[in-house]
Design a protein around this ligand. Structure first.
Ligand code: GLY
Ligand code: MN
Ligand code: MN
Length: 480
């Protein structure tokens, strides 16, 4: 593992150049209550460059510095702290175990910062992660220092996020191995959940069986809080209570995955609690599955995830029209964004150290062209909540344009859209009763390869007959 971090540091050093430096902080612990902290998980940018797992550290990358490029500031060894709260690597360990060229106690940061940055014009730093005041002070010092001595300290702050985003988008062979491992183990957990789930269990009991497989298989933590949503809860996109009793006839939507080497998978499957889809459940499921397969099929170098979203949106809309869930034809439903009553999220996001991984989706305004080593999810869904009827506005609008305006002026964009919808003609459409309360999402993790793509999570079945067959298998965990 250490080699991978060295490789990342050396790549970043060559990208930022020898007139610059990068300051990258670790995460800090947050209090849950009294002296108890929330589970700590290292900041992914910091981890990507250091592999260092402790809080409150700072990495300073100073390309071409005579004392070495890589300077690591860490918490001091402290017998009392270590007895109460755990082992600390300390200054010596930072060099010996984490390959820092120079290491310091974190309390030395302010003193050392100006010395190490002398002669550098630019500092790469992501604002908003706990060190803004320190960086601000440095800029003030820089101005005065230059005025009095003519010598240079950084006077320009450059956002580090897009630079690291470009790097993290392209996974190396070693990283792909970790991502594959996270996907395989996450898939094992989903398979066990399908076997284990049963009406009259609580959602969290199914969660426990799945997460047991991950911990037993060597994953220390989940990539994000598990969503185990039975029945109508499947229509809540980020449902995490997981405390409902599963009923006979429910679908169970599980969106969950574990981490391996800090890489996260991201899998969703939807399956029947009693092992058999009802007719209406199967009808919705087939629409989502057809959309997902159609969206994945063009994935190869040169394609875009925008194309995948458009494909899934179109196929889903065709299915929704066929099932009588939308009042107008496919073209109108797309132009008027009616499908968003049932499919209101994107189809894909980058995947890596973070479940919603770093990297921009557009390059110079155009959808990013996919390259080998890029990884992302494909996750269409249909969510029919309990409404008996829906009032649709007969108003065509450009959703991308609306979303773009919403970034700059959220309340203004919302108001303009609401006013336009208010003026539009309306049609009230009855939601067929048999579909109410059904939520289905199917999500796989796709890696772009030289010749096409690899579905890293295909080990979890998604065809209806294969899902039903697995659901009826016996779990190897006891179910008292
Ligand atoms: N698990 C979060 C997502 O699917 O984006
Ligand atoms: Mn996802
Ligand atoms: Mn997911």
């Amino acid at each position: 593992m250490p080699d991978r971090f060295r490789e990342h540091r050396s790549k970043l050093s060559s990208q930022i150049g020898s007139d610059a430096a990068a300051l990258v902080p670790a995460s800090t612990e947050t209090i849950r209550n009294d002296d108890v902290t929330h589970e700590f998980r290292q900041n992914s940018e910091f981890f990507y460059l250091t592999g260092f797992h402790e809080p409150e550290a700072v990495a300073l990358l100073v390309p071409g510095h005579p004392d070495g490029d890589y300077h690591l500031f860490v918490r001091p060894r402290d017998r009392n702290e270590e007895i109460w709260n755990g082992y600390r690597v300390g200054k010596e360990g930072a060099k010996e175990r984490f390959q820092a060229d120079q290491s310091y106690e974190i309390t030395e940061l302010d003193t050392m910062l100006a010395q190490l940055l002398l002669g550098r014009e630019r500092l790469f730093y992501r604002s908003g992660n706990g060190h803004d005041r320190r960086v601000q002070t440095l800029l003030e010092k820089s101005r005065n220092y230059h005025k009095r001595t003519g010598k240079v300290l950084p006077s320009t702050i450059v956002d580090l996020a897009p630079v690291l985003g470009e790097m993290r988008l392209r996974k190396t062979a070693a990283e792909i191995e970790s991502l594959r491992a996270a996907c395989s183990l996450s898939a094992e957990g989903h398979r066990e959940a399908m076997r284990f789930a049963h009406p009259e269990l609580a959602e969290y009991q199914v969660q426990a069986a799945m997460e047991y497989v991950w911990r037993e298989g060597g994953s220390p933590r989940n990539g994000y809080p598990s969503i185990v949503a039975s029945g109508p809860n499947a229509c809540i996109l980020h449902y995490v209570e997981n405390d409902r009793m599963i009923e006979d006839g429910d679908l169970i939507l599980i969106d969950a995955a574990c981490e391996v080497d800090y890489f996260s998978s991201d899998i969703t499957r939807t399956f029947p609690a009693n092992g058999s889809f009802t007719g209406p459940q199967a009808a919705i499921y087939e629409v989502v599955l057809t959309a997902q397969k159609a969206a994945i099929s063009p994935a190869r170098p040169g394609a875009t995830i925008r194309l995948m979203h458009e494909t899934s949106m179109e196929v889903l809309t065709e299915g929704l029209v066929d099932l009588g869930l939308l009042p107008r034809n496919v073209d109108d439903s797309l132009a008027m964004n009616h499908y968003r009553e049932f499919f209101m999220h994107g189809t894909s996001h980058w995947l890596g150290l973070d479940v919603h991984d770093a990297g921009s989706y557009r390059v110079e305004g155009k959808p990013r062209v996919l390259e080998p080593g890029m990884a992302f999810t494909v996750e269409p869904g249909v969510y029919v909540d309990g409404r008996e009827e829906i009032e649709f506005n007969l108003h065509a609008y450009d959703l991308d344009e609306h979303l773009e305006q919403s970034f700059l002026d959220p309340s203004g964009a919302k108001k303009r859209l609401e006013e336009a919808k208010e003026k539009a003609d309306k049609v009230t459409h009855k939601v067929p009763a048999e579909f109410r309360g059904i939520g289905v999402r199917i999500e796989d993790d796709i890696l772009i390869t030289e010749s096409g793509h690899d579905n890293l999570t295909s080990f979890v079945p998604r065809e209806i007959d294969e899902v039903e067959a697995l659901c009826t298998q016996q779990s190897w965990l006891s179910r008292a």
